[in-house]
Design a protein around this ligand. Sequence first.
Ligand code: UDX
Ligand code: UDX
Length: 472
Amino acid sequence: MQIKNICCIGAGYVGGPTMAVIAYKCPDIQVNVVDLNEDRISRWNDKNLEKLPIFEPGLAEIVSKCRGKNLHFSNEVNQKISNSDMVFISVNTPTKKYGLGAGKASDLKWVEACARQVANNATGYTIVVEKSTLPVRTAEVIKSILEASKKDSKDSSAKTFDVLSNPEFLAEGTAINDLLNPDRVLIGGENSLSIDALSSIYSRWVVKEKILHTNIWSSELAKLTANAFLAQRISSINAIGALCEATGADVREVSRAIGSDSRIGPKFLDSGPGFGGSCFKKDILNLVYLCEYFGLDEVASFWESVVTLNNWHQTRISKLITKKLFGTISSKKIIILGFAFKGNTNDTRESAAIQICRDLINEGAYLFIHDPKVTKDQITKDLEVKPLDQNIEENSFNEKGSWKHITDINESLFDADAIVILTEWEEYKNLDWDLAESRMRKPAWVFDTRSIIDANSIKKYNFQFWRVGDGS
Ligand code: UDX
Ligand code: UDX
């Protein structure tokens, strides 16, 4: 079966880049990305590529090549569904805030809404692809909604559906490269016709051996498991980092030593401020919920401890900063470098910076927050604290903490007590330390939670230096 028209519901961090790459690699396929959010769509259509709603290295170039040719962004959800042979569901699946499974289970209301939209608007044979990360057996929910619509329809032969699971493994900040060179593409399904149709799209640029076929439930579970394993490695190394600090070891040396064991491997062993991002916490909690549901309480608590450790680690860092600054940071000026959950993205979902900054503000600190891609509005939403007036006199700081958004790090250094690096942006690797030394109040602290500063070269300056996992 030859796919000619694709519709993707959800123009977010997953849907947008994934569809841009499919359009780029398949010029003969028309790709329509639809979303309920009008502002988001108008930003995807903005002539100024700087205004795309998502920052990803390489994304703007691909969008500029394909947009208007075979890549289209619109709010016409129903119409685009009706013209498509294949519909991807790539909407968000946040953790439920209330009701059954609150705090753990995924809220599937958007996925359900999409399934209903597809059921109502599809024509002919339509392949529905789950792109969102979903709890195991969600495909069944989608299928039953689609099947019910067939029974409703007067001419049931006019509509037929197949459901596939095709989870996305891209990481933000490297999304385009991950999509162009995936370790594997996973397709779960039952019907070989639809599996082959989807495989033939990826096979334009991915070798056959890397396109894995499984049953639909294995595919859904593999996605949750991959994220749980990755997050588990970070909690493991952050736990060992705390022990390194206590014992005089260095977590970077431990990582190198264990990572060179080919069974362990070197990736995902960087101790940091704690993992963030929209997926890890949500997906682990989802797994925990599933295990509890099936009565596997020990398995559930094993995975839940990965999240518990991560929360503890973030709080550990904010407490440690307070302790180093003589146990009080009230009215002290602290420069925060980085607010995104990792480098090369403007995404702040579950960023460790949110918890750490909130803790420091609650202790009375004045934070001067910098991030090359995260806006002041986004930081305000995340912290739920209004920023200070940009022109406030620094000598009028009182005991109630607050924050200010800065764009010029050097101009903000005067009388600062500490610099805290929370995101590994390239530009933070080469700060002007001469200037920082001359402008900051002594003793001045530098806290590097990302190990991006060269520990030897900073020694020659008059700073107190702390970096994660360094007990030496
Ligand atoms: C993705 C996945 O889909 C999610 O399951 C995974 O765990 C995290 O990554 P992401 O692309 O990051 O989500 O989400 P987001 O950037 O919030 O984009 C989702 C988009 O779907 C939003 O733009 C939202 O407006 C849109 N949406 C949501 C719809 O168009 N229709 C809906 O019914 C619901
Ligand atoms: C993750 C998965 O990697 C990806 O496969 C899945 O599709 C979505 O979830 P993402 O959250 O975008 O991707 O980024 P990732 O690179 O995995 O980083 C997640 C968090 O872990 C970030 O806060 C990052 O800084 C942190 N991290 C990562 C570490 O602290 N140490 C590491 O060694 C690696």
